[in-house]
Design a protein around this ligand. Structure first.
Ligand SMILES: [Zn+2]
Length: 67
């Protein structure tokens, strides 16, 4: 799948590939929870490059581009 963020197509920083698998990761850690930093308990969107597996992180979900 191809994605865009901020109106620009997302390209892998490593290999310049433009197809990714989308997934989600929790940003919270045990330490952040222990100290009451609830703002740290957020989900990030990650895009995994289908060619080199480099991971790009996004705080807001990228838009899927039409093929
Ligand atoms: Zn790549």
């Amino acid at each position: 799948m191809r994605f865009s963020a901020g109106g620009a197509a997302i390209v892998c920083l490593c290999c310049r590939n433009d197809t990714f698998d989308k997934d989600y990761r929790q940003l919270n850690s045990r330490g952040a929870t222990f100290f009451g930093l609830d703002w740290a308990n957020r989900n990030a969107t990650i895009l995994v490059c289908q060619r080199c597996t480099h991971i790009s992180w996004f705080m807001s979900e990228p838009d899927r581009m039409k093929d």
